[in-house]
Design a protein around this ligand. Structure first.
Ligand code: FCB
Length: 466
């Protein structure tokens, strides 16, 4: 498809995304308390090269420059996350923390950019983890209290609220395989965490709706995995990766096959009467993060099943209850993360979600790729591989829209190179390069390409639409 033949619905939002711990730095400034990622990144052997988010891209000090870049890119919307330990250190409201996000939101609105705020992008306050973390039910209640505060402070200005980013990673990488903070490897705890994330999501939405008076949209972002392979292997992996969240959030029930597949791990007694009604709050939009499809097959008994996930080689599998499912190493072109490049998966995924949940509008809240891009002799980053990746995935979104999927927006991951979790600063996903020693930002070719694509693709009748 060329830019001129692509069709996006009127009001389609073009954006870019970031997350607090990955960009802000200022880890001990203005009263911020430690998060589980501060602790995890300080634990030897957890994060590559011992990198931490102490400074990251220094966005906490350079936010004005970053907002200017968002505006210069011509973005309709900017997706960022709020750091819970910055705004509620020790459980107490921290005005200096809230002021940071208040100024950020104001600056976005001044430039005509819609603020899309995520409440939880993985940086749990360390003291919440010390009290039990997501496997403990109280965390869901404290998350809802935090959401209510956020609604009171920013509710007059935020365009879209997102409760959680990728709760699968929080539950199953954080508590199942341990390759993310807090680094626990306990499958029963991972399932309890999944339930309390679901509960926290529902309670937070209800709390937000209770205090926000301005019109706003309410959402959650899932990294819905797109599995391909034996139907039985797909069913099992899809259960504990996707339907364990989609079921309760959208249909108000855990799928029977997920309960059966995990029965040897837990009896699910942490699900109390009334929880599922609390979880299944109405959603205005479902955020979908997509990077690559995942191949699966049933283990045929020849050697140990390969467990793992593109993020890292895990000693324990994050796919709880899937011990007889193999995840063969991907083939074909790969990104610097070792993730396969295959845009057709995004089209198929959007079509599947629309088919399974026809009334739920979708937004691609993250999509992008890491490549080993370095400045050339001219000082510029000529990242043709990233441009090709983004081009093909935007095409996939357009094809899904043509097939009738109600898709409302596309957010590139990421605005800036940043701290890529256990990979530290070794993987660069940014449209804009960050030179970490100096903090200097340089637009990559992909940033200019994205700006021009948005300009050309935006329907003229949209130009003045709000
Ligand atoms: C997603 C995360 C995001 C970033 C990208 C590459 O899983 O939401 O923070 O790390 O992957």
């Amino acid at each position: 498809m060329t830019d001129s033949t692509r069709r996006f619905p009127a009001g389609f939002l073009w954006g870019a995304a970031t997350a607090a711990y990955q960009i802000e730095g200022a880890a001990a400034e203005d009263g911020r308390a430690p998060s589980i990622w501060d602790t995890y990144s300080r634990t030897p052997g957890r994060v590559r090269d011992g990198d931490t988010g102490d400074v990251a891209t220094d966005h906490y000090h350079r936010w004005r420059e970053d907002v200017a870049a968002v505006a210069d890119l011509g973005l309709d919307a900017y997706r960022f996350s709020i750091s819970w330990p910055r705004v509620l250190p020790g459980g107490h409201s921290n005005p200096r923390g809230w002021d940071f996000y208040s100024r950020l939101v104001d600056a976005l609105l001044e430039r005509g950019v819609k603020p899309v705020a995520t409440l939880y992008h993985w940086d749990l306050p360390q003291d919440e983890e010390d009290r039990g973390g997501w496997p403990a039910r109280d965390t869901a209640h404290r998350f809802a209290e935090y959401a209510e505060q956020a609604g009171r402070v920013l509710g007059d200005r935020v365009h879209t609220w997102t409760t959680l980013n990728e709760p699968w990673c929080t539950a199953f990488l954080g508590y199942g395989s341990g390759v993310h903070a807090p680094g626990r490897a306990d499958p029963a705890a991972a399932l309890a965490a999944a339930h309390h994330l679901n509960l926290g999501h529902g309670l937070a939405l209800r709390a937000l709706r209770g205090v926000v008076r301005s019109p706003a949209r309410y959402s959650v972002t899932l990294n819905v995995h797109h599995f391909r392979g034996d139907p039985e292997a797909v069913r099992k992996a899809d259960g504990v990766a996707n339907r364990v969240f989609l079921g309760p959030m959208l249909d108000g029930a855990y799928p029977a096959d997920v309960l059966a597949d995990t029965a040897a791990v837990t009896d699910w007694s942490f699900v109390r009467d009334g929880d599922l009604a609390d979880v299944a709050q109405p959603l205005d939009v479902l955020g979908v993060n997509y990077y690559n499809p995942t191949r699966v097959r049933m283990w045929r008994g020849d050697g140990a099943p390969a467990n793992g996930h593109g993020h890292a080689v895990a000693a324990a599998s994050p796919f709880v209850g899937c011990d007889d499912v193999e995840f063969p190493a991907p083939s074909g072109p790969l990104t610097a993360m070792g993730w396969p490049i295959d845009a057709s998966g995004l089209e198929e995924l959007l079509v599947r979600l629309h088919r399974d949940h026809p009334g739920v509008p979708l937004t691609v809240t993250e999509n992008g790729a890491a490549f080993p891009d370095e400045p050339g002799p001219d000082g510029e980053v000529h990242d043709a591989d990233r441009i090709a990746y983004l081009h093909d995935h935007i095409d996939a979104v357009a094809r899904a829209a043509v097939r009738g999927v109600d898709v409302r927006g596309y957010f590139a991951w990421s605005l800036l190179d940043n701290f890529e979790w256990a990979h530290g600063y070794s993987k660069r996903f940014g449209l804009i390069r960050v030179d970490y020693p100096t903090g200097r930002r340089t637009w990559k070719d992909s940033a200019r390409w994205y700006r021009d694509t948005i300009r050309r693709t935006r329907a003229p009748r949209d130009a003045s639409a709000g």
